[in-house]
Ligand binder design. Sequence first.
Ligand code: ZN
Ligand code: ZN
Length: 356
Amino acid sequence: MSRYSALVSRLPAGIDALIVTSEKNQRYLSGFPFTDGYVVATRSHGYLFTDFRYIEAAKRETRPEYEVIMFENGNRTALVTEKLKNDGVKVLAYEDNFLTVRELEGLKKEFPDFELVPVGTVLEDMRVYKDEEEIASIVKAQRIAEAALEETLKRLTPDMTEIEVAAELEYHMRRGGAAGTSFDTIAVSGKLSSCPHGVPRNVKLERGFLTMDFGALYNGYCSDMTRTVVLGKADAEMKKVYDTVLQAQLAALDAIKPGADMGEMDKIARDIIYGAGYEGCFGHSLGHGVGMFIHERPGFSRLWFGHPLEAGHVVTVEPGIYLENRYGVRIEDMVAIYEDRAENLTKAPKEMIELF
Ligand code: ZN
Ligand code: ZN
């Protein structure tokens, strides 16, 4: 089934059409990346409206379910309105997850002939299930990120700054074919490694743990991986912390399979961490869905007890231990769920390494 048909079949009763304004959802539905215009799905037709800057590529790349229409001479609203009216649209849904209040007011003024209603989670619920092509893009993004990590580790020196480490990772991802990063690269060392989402500083690397959390963007899809390395030698407690996180991750990875309860998977990792004496030091979810967005459904946490992993889910598995004002360790892989198995998409090694 095409994504257009899947969308139409999921539109709640009473909604005649959806106007899609967010770039990622536009690309998800139409296959074409652009930054100005609309993708509109009525119950009988798909349309992609854009302007001269994109029209040539749009005609070539847009999926065949969508008619590509060019805006001319500032007649945007009239053109869209005409198509909607021809298709009998009265109730038009918008992406309440993305429109700002001002943009919604703008839409209401532009389209006074229609009743505008929020679409809810229809698109998020569709994107949860990745097809083969989507998973292939995520895998490619991940391979690019892994190669960048390898290059970065080769080049790491004690007098580099955290920002330089982040820049190395990003540069090598770009060189490897990434369209960009899937989120702001995290590279935090020493005491700052105790902050799960610390921001890289313009200071020389501190001895101790260096946590790097980063991802590449490929074909519109994100990868997400964390590796923690030791700068210098690890003492006994650092080894224990690292090993506990690794064991927690391996245990969860081992249990993950189609049908497994998401809350239970979180609990498996959490019990190992708490059992080792680190209760309260793993203050985030086990993981999250990944796709065109770096954080997608499903959430992969204690809040998802009662929800099974299903074919098409791609989730991260990223337990961590964070000791305030001391240091932290996180290890993160991505897993794809298929009908009959789960597959770890991350190939980068994760045994503890000591550098310098
Ligand atoms: Zn991450
Ligand atoms: Zn993540």
